[in-house]
Design a protein around this ligand. Structure first.
Ligand code: FES
Length: 165
């Protein structure tokens, strides 16, 4: 059925599958997912002119990536929107440690204290440091303009099956 839909220039009504019987599939809707700029992806906002906040991400290879961000967006969403390798397994709900980032000590004290939940998750992070934070829990503020953020070489993504050994 999928092959028929992909080859057909016209809408195709499904008559084979009981699940989709009667549904009309339009091949035009099956084009690439997005043609918009990377910065338009995810949950980040475009900074207003003159209000851009600057972040330098340092990848595990030592490459420095400078990006602009809007106030209120979190470090994980910003990094992901710029194609950086940050897993974020729980989608930013403070239930994993795969968005672990290491903050420049000069800026660490400018951030709000981590919550108890974040501290609990940070305890599971691989390579924890004195200035470690979960990227999904750190929102950009004007005080963080210019912050440097290192992305750890590894993360620890615990799953239920890991506890059965
Ligand atoms: S994405 Fe899971 S805690 Fe940040």
């Amino acid at each position: 059925m999928l092959r028929t839909i992909l080859k057909s220039p016209a809408p195709v009504r499904c008559i084979q599958s009981s699940l989709y019987r009667g549904a009309v599939f339009r091949p035009a809707a099956m084009r690439a997912f997005s043609a918009s700029a990377i910065a338009s992806h995810g949950h980040i906002h475009k900074p207003k002119p003159g209000e851009e906040l600057h972040i330098t991400f340092i990848t595990k290879d030592g490459e420095q990536i400078k990006v602009e961000a809007a106030q209120g967006d979190n470090l994980m969403d910003i990094a992901q929107a710029h194609g950086l390798d940050v897993e974020g397994a729980c989608g930013g709900s403070c239930a994993c440690s795969t968005c672990h980032m290491i903050i420049d000590p000069e800026y660490y004290d400018e951030m709000e204290e981590p919550s108890d939940d974040e501290n609990d998750m940070l305890d599971l992070a691989f390579g924890l440091t004195e200035t470690s934070r979960l990227g999904c829990q750190v929102k950009m503020t004007p005080e963080l303009d210019g912050v440097r953020v290192a992305l750890p070489a590894m993360t620890r993504n615990l799953q239920a099956k890991d506890f059965n050994r």
